[in-house]
Design a binder for this molecule. Structure first.
Ligand code: GLP
Length: 241
């Protein structure tokens, strides 16, 4: 795993954007995208860049079950607002959280088919405080594909800051599995802030275990981790070099 430590989220996001730009200039066509607060600055840089998305396909990691695309907490809405409105892709895929209300398996199968038909060239990831990637919580099998996820209390709490009350946070999501993520040819994972330091340490230096979903990235041969000093603060000096 290549590790880039920067002095701020802004500079880390610039580094992340450059990796996407390079990969796209080298022919990447299918771009795996993420939500959460982590990628917002990278998307801003993307919208202000000369990068042309009109020949690219995007595939997002996950969507809440039960939120319509006009709900401002849905990941459809987030992507529209932060990237797609200004830089539309040829085609953008996000799991169907409405179909999933009654047919989570059907919504998951559809998405696996989409990923099979559009292998991901470069995937962006954030990191949950408990080491989750997308909504793959601790204990998710490494061979999992797109599936319905019951969110943990920890994740519901962490995401409640975006909702007016905690009861409004959806209890489940449709999410790419770890095997889908590991199949991406290149992965860029970003983590900023002290509250990510434990997860970063376990991901990079801990055992590869389903208890820390992101630890599987140690086994991928083209991963770049971008962290600020705070998120890197628990890494040993040798890991940072
Ligand atoms: N499903 C998202 C993840 O994709 C994201 O990486 C994580 C961290 O969020 P943030 O970037 O806001 O710290 O939160 C959510 O659970």
């Amino acid at each position: 795993m290549k590790i880039i430590v920067t002095d701020s989220k802004e500079n880390g996001s610039t580094e992340g954007f450059k990796l996407f730009e390079k990969s796209i200039n080298n022919g990447a066509k299918v771009i795996g995208l993420a939500t959460g607060s982590t990628p917002v600055d990278l998307y801003q840089e993307w919208t202000e860049s000369n990068l042309d998305n009109s020949d690219l396909i995007s595939i997002n990691l996950d969507e809440y079950v039960g939120l319509t695309s006009d709900n401002d907490q849905s990941y459809h809405y987030f992507m529209q607002k932060n990237l797609f409105a200004k830089k539309p892709f040829k085609k953008s895929y996000i799991p169907d959280g409405i179909k999933a209300i009654n047919d989570p398996q059907g919504a998951s199968d559809d998405y696996n088919q989409i990923i099979a038909e559009n292998p991901i060239d470069i995937q962006l990831l954030g990191l949950g405080q408990n080491g989750h990637i997308a909504f793959n919580e601790p204990g998710t099998p490494f061979d999992s594909v797109t599936h319905e996820v019951k969110l943990t209390e920890n994740t519901i709490q962490a995401n409640s800051r975006f909702f007016s009350k905690i009861e409004d946070v959806p209890k489940s999501a449709i999410c790419m599995g770890i095997a889908n993520i590991m199949a991406a040819k290149e992965i860029v994972i970003m983590a900023f802030g002290e509250n990510k330091a434990d997860a970063v340490k376990k991901m990079v230096e801990g055992p590869v275990t389903e208890d820390v979903p992101a630890s599987i990235l140690q086994k991928h041969d083209n991963v770049t981790l971008i962290v600020d000093n705070a998120a890197a603060s628990k890494l040993s000096a040798s890991a940072k070099n």
